[in-house]
Design a protein around this ligand. Structure first.
Ligand code: FAD
Length: 329
């Protein structure tokens, strides 16, 4: 059995947990269809019945709900203890979770307890005998193959490595309630207070059909005038590279990439952006990419569908002018 630690919010399983369930289902299909079970620790933020129905749609057989005072607030060791107890009772050979801070912490605790390796940020599996996974390393700049020779195989799945897709054959989503014992030592470190997350201001960027990207080539905080006009003319959103946010030219919620937003617009116009792997991680799924860059050898130019070689401060105003001219014609 494959056991997936699922995190929840008011809408049910969070997106990256649903992605992990999709990944686990693919793994199960390659391995002859072993069941995929979910483990939910503490009280979910949505009604348990709704959660079970949602998880069944993602192919989950049993939802192991670990409940009790020990899980009233989050603690990495306590959660790992619950996952370990469910795993031992249900007998899973694979334990996985989304590569969130919580998923990473809980599975690292679990792996340490069981004395096995843990692979973080897995993006694919390459074979089952031996069980080989491909994972992101060096902040996503490189990929590494890792053989998980011990059982259980423990790994986290990188965010957006796969799409969250409901199963063709839904599971049962039976709820199995359990109240695992937790050793006092596992309750020492716990969350004692939490602050509400800051409002996510990047929603418009994530859903925009057209994104105009801007990198260091913009030149300065004052170099965005023409780019913002192009955003306006195309009814799109501005997305920037990390250099731009690090220099304080634009706010962080506009950043595209591994540590920014993942976007998949119909059109991405990448202006003065080199196309480093960490930026590419956020824009690779754009349907059409146009690069505007002074360097014909920039990685973004090589990866784009179309490229214009030149100074963005000349090309973007010319594009704006042409759009205005055609609209008024
Ligand atoms: C752990 C980690 C996470 C990261 N996460 C992200 C992330 O989420 N998003 C992200 O973007 N980066 C991220 N980075 C940084 C990333 O590695 C690059 O440093 C960054 O993307 C480079 O930004 P840039 O392309 O704007 O700048 P540069 O690499 O300096 O490139 C500037 C480009 O502009 C071109 N140019 C210069 N002047 C002009 C002009 N006048 N007209 C046209 N073209 C011009 C140049 O030829 C060059 O190609 C991360 C790095 C690490 C280590």
């Amino acid at each position: 059995m494959i056991l997936v630690l699922v995190e929840t919010d008011a809408s049910g399983a969070v997106e990256v947990s649903r992605e992990t369930l999709s990944f686990a289902r693919d793994l199960s299909a390659s391995g002859g269809g072993v069941p995929v079970d979910a483990v939910v620790v503490g009280e979910p933020a949505c009604p348990a019945g709704e959660l079970a129905t949602q998880l069944a749609a993602y192919g989950v057989r049993d939802v192991h709900h670990a409940t009790g005072d020990a899980f009233g607030s989050y603690g990495g060791a306590a959660w790992a203890s619950a996952v370990q107890s469910v795993r031992e009772t249900a007998g899973s050979v694979v334990v996985t979770a989304a590569g969130t801070p919580r998923g990473m912490e809980v599975l690292a605790h679990l792996a340490a307890r069981l004395g096995v390796a843990m692979a973080a940020n897995v993006v694919a599996f390459d074979g089952l005998a031996p069980f080989t996974v491909t994972r992101q390393v060096v902040g996503g700049a490189a990929l590494e193959d890792m053989v998980l020779g011990e059982r259980p195989a423990i790994f986290t799945v990188a965010g957006h490595a796969v799409e969250a897709t409901p199963a063709a054959n839904p599971g049962e989503g039976r709820v199995v309630t359990t109240t695992p014992e937790v050793a006092p030592a596992d309750l020492v470190a716990r969350v004692v207070s939490a602050e509400p997350a800051q409002e996510d201001l990047s929603g418009g960027l994530k859903s925009a059909r057209v994104v105009v990207g801007a990198g260091r080539g913009a030149g300065s905080a004052d170099g965005f005038g023409d780019l913002l006009e192009l955003v306006d003319l195309l009814d799109g959103a501005l997305g920037v590279s990390r250099v731009v946010t690090s220099l304080g030219w634009r706010p962080h919620h506009e950043q595209v990439g591994q540590t920014g937003s993942r976007i998949s617009p119909d059109l991405y116009v990448a202006c003065g952006i080199s196309g480093a792997i960490q930026h590419w991680a956020g824009c690779a799924s754009a349907k059409t990419i146009v690069a505007i860059n002074t360097d014909p050898d920039a990685p973004m130019v090589a990866k784009a569908h179309y490229a214009v070689i030149g100074d963005l401060h000349e090309i973007v105003p010319a594009i704006n002018e042409e759009i205005r001219r055609r609209r008024s014609a």
